[in-house]
Design a protein around this ligand. Sequence first.
Ligand code: AMP
Length: 277
Amino acid sequence: MKTVTTLSDLRAARLSLKGTVGLVPTMGYLHEGHLSLIQRAKEECKHVIVTIFVNPTQFGPNEDLSKYPRDLERDLNLIRPLGVDLVWNPSAEGMYPSGYQTWVEVEAMTRPLEGAMRPGHFKGVTTVVAKLFNATQPDRAYFGQKDAQQAAVIRKMTQDLNFPLEIVVCATVREADGLAMSSRNKYLNEDERKAATVLFRALSAAKELYEAGEMDAEKVRGKMKEVVTSEPLAQMQYVSCADYDTLEELDVVKGKALLSMAVFLGKTRLIDNFALG
Ligand code: AMP
């Protein structure tokens, strides 16, 4: 497994990879969710490139960029047994040298949900992912359903900008009690960690209601709200029952829909989602 930092070293190493290449972009502090993406890439591609980069442009001014967990040695030890060919760990200055001024923006789909709560977030995501695609030239790129809007936005960008690669979205990996794995779970204290199952509980209750025949989206959102607000340590930011493709809020649940939410446990903001239909 080769680890490189500079773009020129990455390009030189990429040239030596013949056959299909799978890319797994991450911000590091890896967990089983990330590892499941790497394993899937390994199954489907001859070579696998993992990028580890805490992308500053996708964090808002009041977000957790400076305290986002980082541990490269730990990450490399987790990746090593998986047969990854190349790890790229670029620096922020390398990615965005002084005078940087080019951005990639997807429009309507980035306005609701995470886009509404985190202005500028998706502009940072699509810009960095476009740069990662250009630098690593993958045949397939692997993303998690955990960040459902991000996966949808990246798929749209890939289509719209004619990137010659396939986007593969992998199922959310969860802890035994249902909490979606996330690097941010590390911030939770013991009580918050227990309370954090409220996202899974709320999504499960809403899905059950839908499966029992409820098609009124407001009632489905109401069920999620009811469960989240019943948890004293949780502060709901939004709950959504939206069209799976456009991410617009639904009145009636028909076709494929996305249940999603953002909830604060103390200062830690967690997101989760279920697909319906
Ligand atoms: P991050 O390091 O948080 O930027 O995540 C890197 C990739 O891993 C993204 O495509 C995420 O959607 C994906 N990912 C994060 N958590 C999970 C999870 N629990 N299950 C599956 N994929 C995940």
